[in-house]
Design a protein around this ligand. Structure first.
Ligand code: FAD
Length: 484
């Protein structure tokens, strides 16, 4: 019976690792399996040449007062994560229509923030409009936010008369940048929830051992509670008999059995490849095929020969940089050049524990469609042009340059399954059609099969969505097991 379990969890990314730990905490006999050498999936923490870093950039990972904190408390690991608040959370650089660049370090009062967005204190009308909007958003009660899942962030914001700079700031940062989905599609409810969360300032806090380390702790918790973790083990199939899940088969042919399988390997991969579409009704398969992934991310990872960045993130947004989804499609088709997007320049090398002394590992990126085959050259050119505008010194300090783009994602995360998809930063997008409680995608038509992770209906940004989904799915699984 050594290969029989109560629950098998496929994938030790943020979703799978969290779910496995939460289920083990409930006394279930759990097997956690992943193809990678360690946990974290797309947010895996790497150690190389004295740098500790995530393979992809990080710009929105609140640890404090968040689902992370709940998770770590629940699995008794909170004391293992040493959280460092940075001196400055980040720096906004807003280029107004006349080409003037206004800078705001994310601290100080609302007047300095609005001034940086082109609203000086003597612009009474602009100030009134801005303060009305910001106060309304901060105070919007949960039940009012819940009504906004089906409204796009752009449609919501455009109901308010607003100074251009504030509109651009809100839609570029709380729409596209945070959710990696254009603001004409991102759910207003998700954007507002994140905006409210940002007021306690936790977004810039960082664990001294990296973000992926949190998911390594989850796998440790699974093992400490007497369960099994198999890394470097690729799953070839999730096995089903008579409409019920029976277990998994690995690439090397080993079989493991359980009446419940929780897949964190992506909804599309799980349905279309690991189980196989013949096991599902055609309508369901069509629905899965049509689900929309979020945007990808493209740019550079640079090692700088001196610690140049003083702030963990710089967000440069020129006026009018709120692109629509259609524009991203046109860029991917080569019909339009990237010309009006925000650019992110960031580092975790601000923290001495994470960097080689005297150096910095830095990301400079923008969004693109999540197609692993996309031609990234035009985007790289745009990123270079923009960084030259606001921090030209960077180019005198580059010691090492690597390109990052959608094609790197499947190696760390879920496999690319459908043409044009698979290089998404998070997974399924929190659009007006896909966000909201009723869209919980953790369930499956196959008895005993559940989905977890960024593809499975949680709320929040990237890893938070995955951890939120782990809490939701743990409840679904426990209810299912109780009913048997
Ligand atoms: C460029 C980029 C920037 C990002 N920035 C942020 C950010 O700032 N903030 C934030 O919160 N999030 C960010 N994310 C998103 C975050 O990484 C994802 O939302 C999160 O990793 C999703 O977790 P998951 O568990 O759903 O999936 P994944 O992380 O994709 O994990 C899936 C796991 O399943 C395993 N797996 C897949 N197929 C198989 C198989 N056949 N057999 C065995 N194992 C398998 C994979 O190895 C992987 O470990 C970013 C991601 C990228 C790519």
């Amino acid at each position: 019976m050594h290969n029989h379990y109560d629950i098998i969890v496929v994938g030790a990314g943020p979703g799978g690792a969290s779910a496995a730990a939460l289920l083990a905490k409930q006394g279930k006999r759990v097997l956690l399996v992943d193809k990678n050498k360690k946990a974290g999936g797309r947010m895996m923490t790497l150690h190389r040449n004295g740098f500790t870093f995530e393979y992809f950039p990080i710009y929105c990972v609140p640890i404090v007062s968040s689902r992370y904190e709940e998770l770590l408390k629940e699995i008794d690991m909170l004391d293992r994560v040493d959280i460092t608040p940075p001196e400055v959370m980040g720096t906004l650089l807003y280029e107004d229509e006349a080409g003037a660049v206004h800078e705001w370090e994310m601290r100080g009062n609302v007047l300095s923030f609005l001034r940086a967005l082109g609203v000086p204190w003597w612009d009474f009308k602009g100030l009134y409009q801005s303060l009305f909007f910001l106060t309304k958003l901060f105070r919007l009660p949960e039940k009012e936010i819940d009504k906004l899942y089906k409204v796009s962030a752009m449609d919501y914001v455009d109901q308010f008369p607003l100074p251009k700079g504030l509109r651009t700031y809100f839609l570029a940062t709380f729409g596209e940048a945070a959710f990696e989905m254009t603001s004409d599609k991102t759910s207003a409810a998700e954007a507002i929830k994140l905006f409210q969360q940002s007021k306690d300032g936790s977004a810039g806090y960082f664990g001294r051992k990296g973000i992926g380390f949190i998911f390594e702790l989850c796998t440790k918790a699974v093992e400490d509670m007497g369960n099994t973790v198999l890394m470097k083990t690729r799953i070839n199939s999730i096995d089903v008999e008579e409409g019920r899940v029976t277990g998994i088969t690995t690439q090397s042919g080993d079989q493991y059995f359980a009446p419940v399988v929780v897949s964190g390997a992506g909804l599309r991969q799980t349905v279309l490849k690991l189980v196989g579409e013949n096991y599902f009704a055609k309508d369901y398969v069509d629905w899965v095929r049509e689900l929309e992934g979020n945007l990808g991310c493209v740019g550079y990872r640079w090692v700088l020969n001196k610690p140049l960045l003083k702030s963990p993130m710089y967000i440069y947004f020129p006026e009018g940089c709120v692109a629509t989804y259609n524009e991203f499609e046109e860029m991917a088709a080569g019909e339009r050049k990237p010309s009006r997007s925000y650019v992110y320049l960031g580092t975790t090398s601000i923290y001495p524990e994470l960097t080689q002394e005297g150096k910095q590992l830095v990301y400079a990126v923008m969004s693109c469609m999540g197609d692993p085959e996309i031609d990234i050259k035009p985007y790289l050119d745009y990123v270079t042009t923009m960084v030259k505008k606001f921090m030209p010194e960077v180019f005198d300090c580059i010691e090492l340059e690597e390109e990052v783009g959608p094609k790197n994602v499947p190696g760390f995360g879920t496999d690319a399954i459908l043409p044009g998809m698979g290089g998404e930063t998070y997974g399924l997008a929190l659009t007006v059609d896909q966000a909201g409680h009723e869209n919980l995608k953790g369930r499956s038509p196959i008895e005993g099969l559940f989905h977890v992770g960024s593809d499975a209906g949680g709320s929040g940004v990237g890893t938070h969505q995955a951890v939120d989904s782990a809490f939701n799915v743990t409840k679904l699984v426990l209810d299912h097991m109780k009913s048997k």
